[in-house]
Design a protein. Sequence first.
Length: 367
Amino acid sequence: MPVCNVFTNPKFWKTFFLENQYSYDQIPDLTGKIAIVTGATGGLGYATVVALAAHGAHVFLACRSRDRAEAAIQQAQADILQLQFDHPNGHYPSASSAPAAEKGLTGSVGHSQPYPFQSSTFNPKLEFLELELGQMDKARAAAEAFLTKGLPLHILVCNGGIKNRPFELTPDGYENHFGINHLGHFVFTTTLLDRIRQSGPARIVILASFAHEMPSSSNPISFDLLRNPTTNQATLIRYGQSKLANVLFAKALTRRLAGDQVWVNIAHPGCTDAQIHMAVDEMKDNRSFYAFSRLWLKTSYPVKEAALTQLFCATAAEVEGKDLRGRYFIPVANEMRPNPVSENVALQEKLWTYSEQAARGEHGSKF
């Protein structure tokens, strides 16, 4: 039933027929801006890191593995250097049909063209920040480690997470998708919040998914099962709950930042070709899924194109110019109304309170 809820939803199919509204050429100069990207060593996170750093931002790759982060940093430096040779006039490779930015495009997050990577002396600023989203005390420690650097924080992209993993509890005792995708980011973000406020104008981007449409309206988040080691909930339901939690969190955070120069928005990147290839490999013995996935692959997004929606939320002058707050964007940078359940203020506040209690360890010991 949950999967049917998605595939029979007209909003799901609409994503494949909308025009792209943002391109790499529209990203402004980010020189002087500090950014953190979680889950930054591959896929969407890595593409986001390269784009932000190529446009001048000082980017922290927040992830678990130092080795993977350092390898990603080396690769990013090489990829950005290659841009200088491939695009000497400053035109970043556009994965979009959107028009290039007008000359002099400005915004309080970023300045105007030409792009920083044009300069032969440009040296991208990339650093590793150790972050374990599966343990709240470690997520808090990562945020505190950043705070000790005394730097502002202008862009936070909450990109990291897991999908379709077998059931297990995190070390804190929470269902793994909910614990990593939501609770880890909740603690990390709220610990950084005062610094982000002080750094305004700033952006917070929460990655969600169309899977947030999966949970039922009658029981959108099964709070009573989040710490139950014997739950038999389907993997897609558990993943969908975590993505709904991301949207609810972003909505509640937006309300709390209404008087600040901090713009919070939600990005659904769409299905990437890399994700579908992985799913096809994992499910190749399931003939019906395999056949459907081969068809689905034709409507998927290359990773660089999929990353444009979160980059729009993180960098577009339009976000501040039109005061876009708490909005849900689908590929590429098209606004859409999210699951109506996510607009339920009482549910947003219930999740916020539950998450604060979890962060304080008030839910007791594990089962």
